[in-house]
Design a protein around this ligand. Structure first.
Ligand code: SME
Length: 154
């Protein structure tokens, strides 16, 4: 099992600048390295009205842009709630960027009540993400937010 309390301390130490772009790049590289069975980890940013724009990521080149009314990322953006999908093939409007993806976790990043972006994790294993993984990744997102100056992007 992933020791998210340890990862939280390591990530906080890694993010030693206030620069959100540097910290976003470091965060997704760190998650990709430390969390098992992932094929994609990255940020989509709320840079245009009702639209997510691809940000720093690790993995194959990805779909861009994603409107709020599409896909698992769009559902997280609309609802401000984490989306944990055990089987992406069961989600009608799932956007398949990498055919290897089977399960997905999308955590919205909320700043002052407003959507700033999302952190999206994909796994080639079905039902890769447990409730404990969700809670752990949400804590890592909190660590990223606390460590970074996050200007409005849109
Ligand atoms: N599968 C996502 C799109 C982003 S990629 O997985 C990187 C979705 O349905 O929103």
């Amino acid at each position: 099992m992933t020791d998210y309390a340890l990862l939280e301390r390591q990530l906080a130490a890694l993010l030693d600048t206030r620069d959100w772009l540097t910290n976003a790049a470091q965060t997704c590289a760190f998650v990709m390295q430390e969390v098992g069975e992932l094929n994609w980890a990255g940020f989509y940013l709320h840079r245009r009205p009702m639209t997510l724009v691809l940000g720093p990521f690790q993995g194959k080149p990805a779909c861009n842009p994603i409107p709020f009314d599409k896909g698992v990322c769009g559902a997280a953006a609309r609802s401000h709630a984490t989306q944990r999908v055990d089987d992406v093939h069961a989600v009608a409007d799932h956007i398949a960027c990498d055919a290897a993806s089977r399960s997905e976790l999308v955590v919205p990043i909320i700043v002052d009540g407003r959507l700033w972006g999302v952190l999206d994790l994909d796994s080639p294993s079905p039902a890769r993400f447990s409730a404990a993984d969700q809670a752990g990744i949400e804590r890592l997102v909190d660590t990223f937010v606390a460590a970074s100056d996050l200007p409005r992007l849109d």
